[in-house]
Design a protein around this ligand. Structure first.
Ligand code: F6R
Length: 574
């Protein structure tokens, strides 16, 4: 849940600051840098988002952007953490589960701790082992003592090298010309090099200006060649947009068609798997909503049931899940709850198929087969373009099992036609003072109602509830009063008449209806027009105006849509 970066070269100060800003999507409650100067390790730490930081000139340094897990948000708990002698600085991502025991042991040896974090033990352990060992051995001895899921980078006074270790969260080595990098994500250094080596779990690295050495937990060399990262990964600018979130919403006319371009050989095992049973889908947040759409697709197209389980709930189904196929959906491929589910399924001998955006992620590597939604980096914390890309790929798969291809030839244009920025801004202006919003839909549109509500909550902090329209009368209707905004997702398909009845019921109780439909109606206070499409393609165009609504609500309420409070892009803790 944090972002870490280390650089070594001729002059890295501005590279560190720029790179860390690109990692802010991973966490942004505090940040810090350490650089190496003539008088030792120089540290800057602050609470909040990365401001206008000016670091002294340095040939190497480390940086960290935090999403607090152990210890509150404070300057003391921000990384880097130093050893007692200030000779080691460490930035860490993940969790050291045995830190209390290690801390006690180190305190007994006289070490003084200055933070409440689990991370600080790494700096003190390294200091302890460096008394009698060289750097590589000190690293090995340190990681052998740590339990949990972690990756970290360390720097050392008086030595122009960095050391890193991966035992869980991702760590990538960037091999530049006269400079090297190590970071949680390629994005941190993509403007300097696209030659990278993805460290596997249990691997360590020592890097200097013109060299790097990879080794395993036994100290044996690991031989790996750098690979080039795809051009899409390099596309990390906001272009003319005010925020990444808005840019990513507007990218969907091109990202959705791209998700449909898949290699037949890679599709084949998925098509076979979907013929089997039982089928379990697992995901969290927005990816869970994509799983719910898949359930409707399977029911209607293949007449097959599927279980959809939240990543965090899979453990409670362990008796039930014994055989069959697990399809895991995750943009980041690093969501801890999903990974736990996958490991549980694999331990039971189940085959795991995953749908990811990050092809080098842990999920992709641990799955028997994976497919990429191929939508390029999603920097905005809220999932937008990755959701519609997941849906498009699921449509391709489910239709593929039925021996058909989804009719999505003009989908890019259709999605372009629902970029109703002005209308959604007007609706946001009208309802920006509302405390509660409701989103309703039936059938395949119900997950879109859930997604619309999730986007609004996380971007604008307005309470919102998504629900199956037919459920209103079982309780929630009691909350509708004069002026309550309700988004009714109502395309002209088999759900239309019943959803329209719900809209009329809502209106008669004072609700203001925002109707998302290809058919205008006097019931709607605002009509958000979508094009007429095949039933399974409607979700792709319905959700886009809802993303825009959430975005403009955030902006009009003076919130930062790219960095919603308390959230992070990849949730690598359970
Ligand atoms: C919502 C959002 C989250 C993620 C969830 C799963 O906008 O971004 O709900 O969808 O944390 O993330 P992935 O798909 O990376 O597993």
């Amino acid at each position: 849940m944090c972002g870490i970066l280390g650089c070594v070269g001729d002059e890295v100060s501005s590279v560190l600051v720029r790179g860390l800003k690109r990692l802010e999507y991973r966490g942004y409650d505090s940040y810090g840098f350490a650089t190496l100067g003539d008088s030792g390790i120089y540290v800057v730490k602050e609470v909040g988002k990365i401001g206008d930081v000016r670091l002294p000139s340095s040939k190497l340094g480390v940086a960290h952007t935090r999403w607090a897990t152990h210890g509150r948000v404070s300057r003391e708990n921000a990384h880097p953490h130093l050893s007692c002698d200030k000779g080691v600085a460490v930035v860490h991502n993940g969790i050291i589960s045995n830190y209390l025991e290690l801390k006690r042991e180190l305190e007994e040896k006289g070490h003084k701790f200055t933070s409440e974090t689990d991370s600080e033990v790494i700096a003190h352990l390294l200091e302890e082992y460096l008394k009698d060992h060289g750097l590589k051995d000190a690293m090995l001895k340190t990681v052998r003592r740590l339990k949990g899921d972690f990756s970290f980078i360390a720097m050392f006074e008086g030595v122009e090298v960095l050391a890193g270790a991966r035992f869980g969260p991702p760590l990538v080595l960037g091999c530049g010309s006269g400079e090297n990098f190590v970071a949680s994500d390629v994005l941190a250094f993509i403007d300097r090099t696209d030659d990278v080596i993805f460290l596997d779990n249990g691997e360590l690295v020592i890097l200097g200006k013109g060299f790097y050495e990879l080794f395993d937990l036994d100290g044996n060399p690991v031989k790996k060649r750098p690979v080039k990262v795809a051009w899409e990964v390099a596309d990390v600018s906001k272009k003319e947009f005010a925020h990444y979130t808005l840019k990513e919403i507007h990218e969907q006319p091109s990202t959705i068609p791209r998700a449909l371009i898949q290699d037949d050989g890679r599709l084949k095992p998925f098509l076979e798997a979907l013929k089997g049973s039982p089928i379990y889908f697992v995901g969290c947040g927005t990816s869970y909503h994509a799983c719910l759409v898949a359930k409707y697709l399977l029911a209607k197209v293949l007449k097959k049931p599927a279980e959809v389980i939240l990543g965090s709930e899979v453990g409670y189904y362990s008796e039930l899940m014994d055989g069959g196929v697990l399809i895991a959906i995750s943009q980041s491929g690093e969501t801890a709850d999903v990974l736990k589910a996958v490991r549980m399924a694999k331990a039971k001998g189940m085959k795991v198929y995953s749908i990811v955006n990050q092809v080098n992620s842990t999920l992709a590597r641990e799955s028997d087969h994976f497919l990429s939604i191929n939508c390029g980096p999603e920097i905005g914390v809220a999932a937008t373009k990755s959701f519609t890309a997941q849906l498009a790929l699921l449509e391709l798969l489910v239709m593929g099992v039925a021996g058909k291809r989804p009719n999505l030839d003009g989908i890019g244009e259709a999605v372009g036609s629902v970029m109703h920025d002005e209308l959604m801004k007007e609706i946001a202006e009208r309802f920006k003072g509302s405390n509660d919003f409701y989103f309703v839909g039936r059938g395949i549109h119900y997950p879109i109602a859930l997604e619309g509500a999730l986007k609004l909550k996380e971007l604008s902090y307005v309470h919102a509830e998504g629900m199956a329209a037919g459920e209103l009368k079982h309780g929630t209707l009691a909350l509708i009063s004069d002026g309550t905004p309700v988004v009714v997702i109502n395309p002209k398909d088999e759900t239309y008449n019943e959803t329209m009845s719900n809209a009329i019921e809502l209106k008669s109780r004072g609700a203001r209806i925002i109707g998302v439909s290809d058919e205008p109606s006097s019931v709607y206070d605002y009509h958000v027009k979508i094009p007429k499409l095949d039933w399974y393609a409607y979700p792709l165009v319905e959700v886009v105006p809802l993303q825009l609504l959430a975005y403009y609500m955030a902006v009009l309420r003076s919130e930062d849509p790219d960095h919603p409070r308390n959230l992070a892009k990849s949730v690598t803790v359970e």
